[in-house]
Design a protein around this ligand. Structure first.
Ligand code: NGQ
Ligand code: ZN
Length: 470
């Protein structure tokens, strides 16, 4: 960003080059309204009176899957425990860690995370929020206390938020009782719906906030609870997004088969109104028939390649899914890595390793993989956040969420347009993010969040306390 207002809402931005819905365009003036939306897009403008973007401008990415508190344990579960460390032993570590989280810590950790997301090209996040209660598993005096902390963190970082209070009622398929490590997560349907309602009230009518609901997994809810929760959500907002963890681990698929005779994705598609409102997170283990049915449903596949690699999940058959018109978006989930470029890169690399080919996920011959993946994840991410028409594109009526790339970064230098996006995704990464505007506000300038010092200091304090009290 060059001249112009640096703080507070911007009136707009002049872009020498910008990625618009119909392709790259030159000399684009974006004008913003007071709510942080794009009011007008003028091509061939002279940019008079507007601040100039210091590099090529692309829409900001939505991060469709986050457990914010897990940011504070990133890197603490990378030490071999037994000879058979797995997703399930990682989960025990996570349960141990979650015991120490206070509302203050959740807010400080989430604020740092959301700041990092902005610095790494994400302008909005869907928070899959299941840490509801105090350390003894008792609801806080205000049941939505933890959700409010997430909202406060999003406000202080200035990121867009779709908040998804999670229904977590059981410890395994068939209504098994929750385990001790899960007690902070547990609500009945009414308890959860009251958190959804309170969070909706707290968000007011901000276009930069959305509230939906998540079902933790088919392990954690019975079919009756699922139906009741969806009915309750529909009564509040029949278009609100619905997310679920679905088939991340082979043991989960085996348990699902033992429970119902059907695999998790197959069961869900047969027993729930899965459609474009839905996001199926980690649909990793799917048969070709499930891939076809999932693509046809219009739901978004929520892919979190760095976490799925970190946890040893497996590889989602992305090539088959995309070939059938499947929609996807990306999430940083456990936040072992927080980088939009890295998720897209690993998504493609997983397919290259499996298929032993290059350039697997391109939309057709001669197309740029990085640019195709970026565009697809913009659309899928916005849809998963319940904001298909409100985010993900530089167009009138959409939120003014955008990333100014650093064309002088050596990895991007002398590349343009889609080739520049390839360089960003495969070679440049987060260092190539220069300035970020979220809902019309400049939140990252020259690679640094405008509130970096205060947010980082609060995080340091919170983490020191967390680790000291362990
Ligand atoms: C979670 N995370 O809820 O944080 C899960 C692990 C579970 C991922 N699936 C716990 N990556 O699925 O039971
Ligand atoms: Zn998750």
């Amino acid at each position: 960003m060059t001249e112009g207002t640096m703080d507070g809402p911007l009136d707009g931005l002049f872009c020498r080059r910008a990625l618009l819905p119909d392709g790259w365009a030159s000399d684009v003036a974006l004008r913003f309204d007071r709510q942080g939306r794009i009011a007008a897009v003028e091509r061939g403008s002279d940019g008079a009176g507007l601040p100039y973007a210091a590099g090529p401008v692309v829409p900001g990415m939505a991060n469709l899957h986050s457990h914010a508190f897990q940011r504070a344990m990133a890197g603490l579960a990378e030490r071999s425990g037994t000879s058979d460390d797995s997703f399930w032993t990682w989960r025990e570590t996570m349960y141990g860690f979650v015991r120490r989280m206070t509302p203050e810590a959740v807010e400080a950790v989430a604020a740092l995370l959301y700041m990092e997301m902005l610095e790494q090209g994400y302008t909005a996040v869907a928070e899959f929020h299941y840490l509801h209660h105090d350390a003894d598993g008792r609801p806080f005096a205000e049941r939505a206390e933890m959700s409010r902390r997430i909202l406060a963190a999003a406000d202080s970082a200035g990121i867009g938020l779709t908040h998804l209070p999670v229904l977590y009622a059981h410890g395994g398929f068939g209504g098994q009782p929750p385990k001790d490590g899960q007690k902070r997560f547990v609500n009945d349907v009414d308890g959860l719906l009251s958190i959804v309602a309170a969070t909706r009230a707290a968000c007011g009518d901000s276009p930069n906030r959305r509230v939906g609901l998540a079902l933790h997994s088919l392990r954690a809810v019975t079919p009756e609870e699922m139906r009741d929760a969806l009915d309750g959500l529909d009564a509040l907002d029949p278009t609100a997004p619905v997310h679920i963890h679905i088939a991340e681990q082979t043991a989960e698929v085996d348990d699902g088969l033992a429970w119902s005779g059907r695999r998790p994705v197959d069961w869900l598609l047969g027993n729930a109104p899965v459609g474009p409102r839905w996001c199926l997170v980690h649909a990793t283990h799917v048969t070709p028939a499930e891939v076809t049915a999932l693509a046809a449903s219009g739901a978004v596949a929520g892919l979190c390649p760095t976490t799925e690699a970190n946890l040893g999940d497996g590889v989602f058959p992305a090539a088959d899914f995309l070939a059938q018109g499947g929609r996807f978006g990306i999430g940083s989930d456990s936040h072992i890595s927080v980088s939009a470029a890295e998720e897209l890169r690993l998504l493609e690399y997983g397919q290259r390793l499996v298929h032993r080919r290059r350039n697997v996920l391109a939309g057709g011959p001669g197309r740029s993989i990085g640019a195709d993946l970026y565009r697809a994840a913009l659309a899928g991410g916005a849809q998963a956040l319940g904001q298909a028409d409100a985010r993900g594109a530089l167009a009138p009526g959409r939120l003014a969420d955008l990333v100014v790339l650093d064309a002088n970064d050596p990895k991007l230098f002398s590349r343009a347009d889609d080739v520049l996006l390839d360089a960003y995704v495969f070679a440049g990464g987060g260092r190539a993010v220069r300035d970020v505007v979220a809902a019309g506000r400049l939140v990252v300038r020259d690679g640094r969040h405008v509130r970096q010092d205060g947010i980082t200091a609060a995080y340091r304090q919170a983490v020191q306390r967390l680790l000291r009290d362990s």
